[in-house]
Write a protein that binds this ligand. Structure first.
Ligand SMILES: NC(=O)c1ccc[n+]([C@@H]2O[C@H](COP(=O)([O-])OP(=O)(O)OC[C@H]3O[C@@H](n4cnc5c(N)ncnc54)[C@H](OP(=O)(O)O)[C@@H]3O)[C@@H](O)[C@H]2O)c1
Length: 305
């Protein structure tokens, strides 16, 4: 297939583009700067420059492609996570960016749209398993993701072909800025637990997220959870991280105190025990790192202790 990727220069893109190329696809990807264009070329993809918000400019760029994959996101770094301006930008990339891309894909006759979303959209279900039919919540952090999902569904509904939404778990692994910061904290004996220690976190190693993007090109239209096989409790997740970092956590927090930060952190404080069965069955995909225990050990080998 000829595949167009927006957001291919980010953390997931660094794994998704090689996975797409390895599967035999031809890849074109958006590059905003010359150094990003050079990095894409070095990977074997063809870089193009166009604004994510400019449907007229995107339409000729998308012509001739069989699929468009939207990984563009602007989630603020940990130090700017509470910054209102940064959150507005993040919302715009998810909402207006995905809408322009869907319009351009429709105009260019592209047959498939794969849209990145997150599994933090689900309602807290305690220890109960969550599948794609489970209730979702409307709170500030989810709105951009719902807008992006709606773009992919509108693309499918209005004659564009297959719309595939991937609801990823909490990313971790080399290249994911948040998780590299968490790893550095773990090496300094600080264990991060957001929300109830007995609540669940559903994670996904970046490499498995990349292979899921390639597998999504073969999956039937629909919404899929892309998480590893064994969600851990937050206590167990933090323990797995400190073990991988080789440093016992002397301080673990903030735990329940994280709720004081209000709804901007709700995506990370809730308990989400998310199941991946639908995507495993539909796409023939399986994560290489079945839980964060194995995945953090593999990550530590790359990042070094
Ligand atoms: N589920 C989760 O846990 C979750 C969800 C979302 C994000 N995150 C965090 O975010 C990262 C995840 O990786 P990611 O690949 O989703 O994010 P990322 O590394 O921040 O990459 C974002 C991609 O979107 C592009 N982009 C941003 N604004 C754009 C705009 N205005 N126009 C066009 N392209 C734009 C970026 O381009 P440039 O390279 O030019 O900047 C980049 O290609 C990790 O650091 C992770 O910790 C986590």
């Amino acid at each position: 297939m000829r595949v167009f990727v927006a957001g291919g220069t980010g953390a997931i893109g660094g794994h998704a583009i090689p996975a797409l190329l390895e599967a035999g696809h031809e890849v074109t990807a958006l590059a905003r700067t010359p150094d990003k264009a050079a990095a894409l070329k070095a990977q074997g993809a063809r870089p193009v420059k166009a604004s994510l918000f400019d449907r007229e400019a995107l339409t000729p760029v998308l012509a001739g492609h069989d699929a468009v994959v939207n990984l563009a996101t602007a989630i603020p770094s940990m130090d700017r996570f509470m910054n209102a301006e940064a959150l507005r930008t993040a919302y715009r990339v998810r909402s207006e960016g995905s809408a322009a891309l869907a319009d351009a894909a429709l105009a260019a006759g592209v047959g498939r749209m794969v849209q990145e979303s997150v599994s933090m959209v689900y309602h807290d279900q305690g220890a109960a398993w969550i599948d794609e039919g489970s209730p979702v919540d409307d709170y500030p952090m989810t709105r951009g993701n719902f807008a992006a999902e709606a773009s992919a569904r509108r693309f499918a509904r209005t004659g564009g072909g297959a719309g595939v939404v991937l609801r990823f778990g909490w990313f971790y692994g080399p290249g994911a800025a948040h998780s590299e910061q968490l790893f550095a904290m773990a090496r300094h004996h600080v264990g991060m637990v957001l929300g109830r220690p007995g609540g669940y976190v559903s994670s996904i190693h970046m490499a498995d997220a990349g292979s899921a993007v390639a597998a999504a090109l073969e999956a039937p239209a629909g919404t899929y959870n892309v998480v590893d096989d064994e969600p851990l409790t937050k206590r167990a997740y933090s323990f797995a991280l400190s073990q991988a970092a080789g440093a016992t956590a002397w301080v673990r927090g903030p735990g329940r105190a994280a709720y004081l930060f209000g709804d901007r952190l709700t995506s990370l404080t809730r308990s989400l025990r998310v199941a991946n069965g639908r995507f495993r069955a539909a796409a023939g995909w399986a994560p290489r790192h079945r839980s964060a225990r194995e995945g953090w050990l593999a990550t530590a080998r790359v990042l070094g202790r």
